[in-house]
Design a protein around this ligand. Sequence first.
Ligand code: PLP
Length: 374
Amino acid sequence: MSQPLDSSKVTIVPTGTPSAPIPNEKLRFGKQFTDHMLQVEWTAENGWDAPVIKPYGPFSIDPSCCVLHYAFELFEGMKAYWTVDDQISLFRPERNMSRMNKSAARICLPEFDTEELIKLIGLLLQQDKHLIPKGEGYSLYIRPTMIGTTNAIGVGAPDRALLFVICSPVGPYYKTGFKSVKLEATDYATRAWPGGVGDKKLGANYAPCIQPQLRAASKGYHQNLWLFGPEKYVTEVGTMNCFFVFENKTQNVKELVTAPLDGTILEGVTRDSILTLARARLDPTEWQISERYCSIFEVRERAQRGELLEVFGSGTAATVSPIEEIGFEGGSIPVPLSEGEQSGPLTKDIARWIMEIQYGKSKFQDWSRIVAEA
Ligand SMILES: *Cc1c(COP(=O)(O)O)cnc(C)c1O
């Protein structure tokens, strides 16, 4: 009998040595973890085992374990926030959960009932709620992960898997609020391709991204900008989705542009939130919202004509990350910023809209979900 994932079967083993919260100014992104973790084992024979919430710590795996050889690994990234009325919320968690199932299906790892995992994450947060930092820009980064754990060198579908969730208290991605960054366009390496797995959060997609990032860093850039194909379409910035704002002077409209979900683009929750909010809140007589291909040549030409207004990256870690310059073919494409600011006006508005929903200051549909109470 293959058991479904069942949050009601959870066992909670509390730590004997609870830690004190880390002061906000000492938080280092993704390097400190809360006291507890969630762990659930799966076998092809029996399905999902009873979930366990237990003290954070190492687990041992056999050297033949298939994750170590063939990268049967996938992950998610989401955040929990203390809302202004003292509740603990997740931002659109069902989106992360369904994306996690799509990643799992692609590499023959087991799928699960998404609402059950949200409940289990709620219980984990309840256990460590005193370690969730408070204050604007502060949150708990949550890292759900799944690995194949079959002990065999043969390449095949895993018959054992481990799902685990760890949590890291984090502050604003950029300590001083917004900080605009410089990108180098990468045209000698490809992040993702049609029919590939670039639209899935598989660990195997990320290790090959570091070298181009280091190359960009060695020339003084903060991050790289991924291009695709002979047309050199802009796809993503580092591990964020990418947005452009153009002005169309002849029609007197502005256009917000991001790449379409053609299988080479990670389906960002932040990306979808930005598109949805832009469609709901920007005046349609002044704004056009487009999911379309946009080449680096178009970006360069329109910058030369004064029609490039803003560029930003989007993702859970930074929410939005304003961009001030793109290096391409030895030259530089400058991006204007508002007078005395680290971003353009739309970038700033969008960041605020999303933060207000995350911290419960404003409501939009059911995007902020309360999962634990003070
Ligand atoms: C996670 C990720 C994003 C952003 O997704 P969010 O759901 O908004 O955090 C964008 N691009 C890549 C490659 C990613 O891994």
